[in-house]
Design a protein around this ligand. Structure first.
Ligand SMILES: [Zn+2]
Length: 168
């Protein structure tokens, strides 16, 4: 595949719809899949509005589509930053103040024993985000909770409603 930067956005959208372009190819061409998806009506990830828990001008918080635990949540910035080292103090305060609130809420709503936080954006193209991963009382403590196997997302509209209300 030639560098996708040689194509117009419209051409790339068409190729994505035809299944000819993967996220990795976008990344390898220096195009952020998160931003491209947002700028082109969810062409990559589809309509994920039912998973959005909170959003404002700076951040958004959503349930992860391939979670490592029930209640696995991510928080990302609206604007493109490549990682935590790329954000300024104001954005940092905003993200982590919100993260603390979200952790407390997840613990309460899902009955988790604890909630872990990680961020590991790396590589040539990444969109800054942090992950909140619940640990339940039947799970051992420790760093293995960061790499629990991915599971299928199961919609739970009742919990989503409570989370949205608490995170407002
Ligand atoms: Zn981006």
């Amino acid at each position: 595949m030639d560098n996708l930067k040689n194509f117009s956005d419209e051409e790339i959208v068409k190729m994505i719809k035809e299944g000819k372009v993967t996220n990795r190819e976008l990344t390898d061409s220096g195009i952020c899949p998160t931003c491209f998806n947002k700028e082109h009506n969810g062409v990559l990830f589809g309509d994920d509005s039912e998973m959005i828990l909170y959003e404002d001008d700076t951040i958004e918080c959503f349930l992860v589509g391939n979670p490592r635990a029930v209640g696995h949540v991510a928080i990302s910035t609206k604007k493109h930053y490549k990682d935590m080292m790329d954000i300024d103090d104001e954005v940092c305060t905003k993200v982590f103040t919100f993260a603390r609130k979200a952790m407390c809420t997840i613990r309460e709503v899902y009955g988790a024993e604890s909630v872990y936080l990680c961020t590991m954006c790396d590589g040539p193209m990444n969109h800054f985000h942090i992950q909140l991963i619940p640990r339940y009382d039947y799970e051992k403590r420790g760093s293995k909770n960061f790499v629990k196997p991915r599971m299928e997302y199961v919609a739970d509209p009742e919990k989503v409603n409570v989370l949205r209300k608490e995170l407002k």
